[in-house]
Every structure is written in structure tokens, then in C-alpha cells.
Design a protein around this ligand. Structure first.
Ligand code: CU
Length: 498
């Protein structure tokens, strides 16, 4: 509405000026051309000065009025470590160009006024001035050199790569029409290798190489990226189809994402999302309702989020390339990180695409050791004598011979028992109900014995170990389904004294 009124006023003023011009033409016929022309010149000259004053007030006033909405001012001071330097570079440039802008406009319009036509004035002949030429060459050259040098210093500081061994987190952002795939490295801190030839729409969008163990714990984030405050972040930036641009405005991070030419950007967040919101809280424009139609809605500062946007016009769905970025404390980040699920383990493991289908991974072995250790610790501290199921002890079918991959769990059990030499345990063998009862009883006893023998071989004291075959007498599940029978065929470790 206000805009319409302003446009209407401008149009009306223009019509008035045109009508005045016509009026003077008519009056010229009546009063004589010369006099009319002189009056017209005087009027135009005065308009020039009025316009100059109005224009400068408008420029400076609007900059002042909207300064809190621009990056680098008021509530939008940089949220990254390098951002302040870039902001001050922009301000220095604005300072010098601002001086030139104001002086040239004053000169342009003031001279139009001062040198309006005057019949009694003769033009001054001024062919050459060496002094002036030196001034207008040297001053801009010095200012430009200063700006370029400052720019180079800021550029080198901002673009400096991570030094070898420097603590940082590396993530990867791949742009495509119209989204970002953002990949985190998982617990090993390393992003796995990829190859475009391995891209499978749906199952392997980036072409991750599953034979590379570094890929096994990598994970993707959905609509929200989470990063810790105060930590150096290196973002590998790339694209799959056309040019995109990785843009985090509040952090002054902006880099092209180019198909086939990986780029990167390094930044250190210095304000958490919560801290940034607290800063916004003091500004009236951020105290407005987030939804003007809903008086119950929270104020704008309360729902503010940092954002990742694509700032390359990459196609019709360009606007959809947005994600939230939440900056949290290191402790909150660790909690979030621990909850993330590996893409490989959830989507690829033991499918036809898994080169390690049926084999144990180094990561899984470590996880099993960690798991049994935790179970043992809680069993020892418990008041009752608890039982731990050895989920990863396997035998050859119908035999008591241990399979090779049982050793990972048993080695860990042996290590724990040697550390806790006051603890006595019973190893119990269990079968399902299929087949002959006596045979099951014997098999379970033999299996328990072979576990005891293995543990003894690994250095556990013989009088701390008891073996017992339970046959099919202690089922923990139904024997009517294959899954139930599988649960019943098991080896258990029971603490009998401690
Ligand atoms: Cu894009």
C-alpha cells in the first residue's frame, strides 16, 4: 500500500513538471522567447539542487533505516571466526566508495546549478594541469592498492587449508537439482572414498566405495546440519549436475559447488544458535510475531535458525536447496553425533551390494567387544547372579567345534575373566527341541566344554570355569518357529561367585 502511494506521488510530481514546462512554452509566445528561456534555466538549476539534497537524504536515511537488516551490522555480526575480517573489508571499501559517491554527486548537481547559462559569462580556457593529473592518478591508485592488499590478506587468511594434524571436523556437501547431500565422517573422523562410476540412484547416491572401511560409519543428515561451536569445520564442496553454491550467510561462507572440480571452505563457528537468538532478541524487528496471523505464535528471534542455501540460480527448484544449520556446544554435539546411524550399516550391510556380506567387519568386532564388556560390568555390579548371553559364539552344524569368528567374543571374555580372577563362571550350552533329547543333552555339554577349553587355552584359571549342558530343557523362546529355535540354541555365561 505504502509503495503504491509513493509511486502515485512520483507520477503526480512528474505530471506537474511536464505541465509547468508546457505553461512556460505558452507564456514564451506571449512574453518573448528569451525571457522565458532564462526563467526556465533558473528553475531547472534550482530543481538540480533540490534533487541533490533529497537524493542524499534518501540514500543516507535508507541505509541507516535498514542497517539492522543487512549482514555485518547490528544483529547480524558474523557468527564465524573469519567473518569479522571480511565484514571490516567490506566496510573499508564502503567508506572509500561512499566518499567518492557523495562528492561526485555533490559536484554533478552543484555544478549544474552554478554554471547554468549566463549571457555575461565567458568560458574559462583550461587545457592542461599536470598537478591535477598527478592528484587524480595517485590518490585512486593508493586507495585501490590499499584495498587490494587488505583483500589479499583477508583472502589468504580465509582460504588457508587445515595444517597437517590440526584438530578439525571434515564434512562433505554435494549439490544436485534440487537438494544437498551432506555426509559426515562417522566415528573414524574420515570421509570414505567415492567414485562416480559406483553411483546407484536410490542405494548409492554419491558412489561411495563400500570396500573402503572409511565409508562404513559415514552418515547423512536430513534437513538439519549440526556442528559444534569453536571447532574448525572443513566442508568439501562438490556438485553432481550443474553449478550450485554452498552459502552460509551468517558465517560468511560462500563457495561454488562445481561438478568434477571439488572445492572447500573452512570456518569456525563462534556463536551457538541459542547465543545468536539472544542477540536478536534486543531488536524490535525480531520481536515481531513469527506468524503475523497467529497472535499465539513465538517471536521471530525465538524461531531463528542459521541456514544453508544454494546461491546459484541452478534451476526451477533452486529455492528448495535449503537446510537448517544448528550450532551447539561440544557436549550437545557429542550426544547428537552418537545418535546418528551409519548409512552403510542401515542400507547396504549384508545386501547384494555389500562386498563384506557374511563377513565380520573390524567395526563390528570392536562393537561386540565393547558390548560384552559393558554387559559383564553390569553383571558384576548387580546384586543377583546374572546371566550373559554370548551372542557371537557359533559352532559348526551338529558339532561342538567352534567357528572361527567366535574368537572375537571369547577373546574378550578371556581378557575380562583374567582381569577379574575372583569371579567364577559357569558356561552353559543350550539346544532347541529338534532331534533326540539325549543327543541334544550331550551336544550342549560338549559345546559348553569346548568354550571352557578355549578360555583355558587363553589363560583363564581352570578352577574359575564350570561347563554345563542344559540340552533342550531351558528354552527362552518357542521351538515352533525357526527364529525361536535359533534363540534357543545358545551359549550363556553365568556368574556363580564373585
Ligand atoms: Cu543449486
Amino acid at each position: 500500500m505504502t509503495a503504491l502511494v509513493i509511486i502515485a506521488i512520483v507520477v503526480l510530481v512528474a505530471i506537474i513538471l511536464v505541465q509547468l514546462g508546457r505553461l512556460s512554452e505558452v507564456s514564451a509566445v506571449i512574453r518573448g522567447e528569451e525571457l522565458a528561456e532564462e526563467q526556465q534555466n533558473n528553475r531547472t538549476a534550482i530543481f538540480m539542487v533540490v534533487f541533490l539534497i533529497g537524493f542524499l537524504i534518501f540514500c543516507i536515511g535508507s541505509a541507516w533505516m535498514y542497517k539492522d537488516r543487512m549482514l555485518a551490522y547490528g544483529p547480524h555480526e558474523s557468527a564465524s571466526a573469519h567473518g569479522g575480517q571480511l565484514d571490516s573489508l567490506f566496510n573499508t571499501t564502503l567508506f572509500f566508495t561512499g566518499i567518492v559517491f557523495i562528492l561526485t554527486h555533490i559536484a554533478l548537481f552543484w555544478f549544474s546549478y552554478k554554471y547554468k547559462e549566463d549571457k555575461n559569462r565567458i568560458a574559462y580556457f583550461f587545457p592542461h594541469s599536470l598537478k591535477l593529473e598527478i592528484y587524480w592518478t595517485v590518490i585512486p591508485a593508493v586507495v585501490m592498492a590499499y584495498l587490494v592488499i587488505q583483500g589479499l590478506i583477508a583472502w589468504n587468511a580465509t582460504m588457508a587449508d587445515i595444517k597437517p594434524g590440526e584438530d578439525h571436523i571434515e564434512i562433505e556437501a554435494t549439490g544436485y537439482q534440487f537438494a544437498w547431500d551432506v555426509r559426515y565422517p562417522g566415528a573414524d573422523g574420515k570421509i570414505g572414498t567415492k567414485n562416480y562410476k559406483l553411483i546407484q540412484p536410490g542405494t548409492n547416491p554419491l558412489g561411495q566405495d563400500w570396500t573402503d572401511e572409511k565409508n562404513h560409519d559415514d552418515f547423512f543428515v536430513g534437513d538439519e546440519l549440526v556442528l559444534p561451536v569453536g571447532k574448525k569445520i572443513r566442508v568439501r564442496i562438490t556438485a553432481k549436475d550443474v553449478l550450485h553454491n554452498f552459502y552460509l550467510p551468517h558465517f560468511r561462507v560462500k563457495m561454488d559447488a562445481i561438478p568434477g572440480l571439488p572445492t572447500h571452505f573452512i570456518f569456525t563457528p563462534i556463536k551457538t544458535t541459542a547465543e545468536y537468538r539472544q542477540e536478536l532478541k534486543d531488536y524490535p524487528e525480531w520481536q515481531e510475531l513469527s506468524d503475523p496471523l497467529d497472535p499465539e505464535s513465538p517471536q521471530r528471534w525465538e524461531v531463528f535458525d542459521y541456514e544453508l542455501a544454494c546461491s546459484e540460480l541452478c534451476g526451477t527448484g533452486h529455492w528448495a536447496m535449503r537446510k537448517r544449520l544448528t550450532i551447539v556446544s561440544q557436549e550437545e554435539y557429542d550426544v547428537w553425533f552418537a545418535q546418528q546411524q551409519s548409512y552403510y550399516m542401515n542400507n547396504i550391510r549384508n545386501t547384494k551390494d555389500d562386498p563384506y556380506a557374511g563377513q565380520l567387519l573390524g567395526m563390528e568386532i570392536k562393537n561386540r567387544a565393547r558390548e560384552i564388556k559393558a554387559e559383564f560390568a553390569s553383571a558384576i555390579s548387580a546384586d543377583t547372579m546374572s546371566t550373559i548371553r554370548l551372542k557371537n559364539v557359533f559352532y559348526n552344524t551338529g558339532s561342538a567345534e567352534l567357528k572361527d569368528d567366535s574368537k572375537y567374543e571369547l577373546d574378550e571374555v578371556a581378557r575380562i575373566l583374567k582381569e577379574n580372577s575372583n569371579v567364577k563362571v559357569e558356561l552353559g550350552g543350550h539346544t532347541d527341541s529338534q532331534g533326540d533329547d539325549t543327543m541334544n543333552q550331550n551336544l550342549s555339554q560338549l559345546r559348553a566344554t569346548s568354550v571352557v577349553n578355549y578360555l583355558q587355552k587363553k589363560g583363564v584359571m581352570a578352577n574359575n570355569l564350570v561347563s554345563k549342558g542344559y540340552g533342550e530343557n531351558s528354552p527362552i523362546d518357542t521351538n515352533d518357529t525357526e527364529e525361536g529355535r535359533q534363540n534357543n540354541r545358545r551359549t550363556e555365561l553365568r556368574i556363580i561367585s564373585k
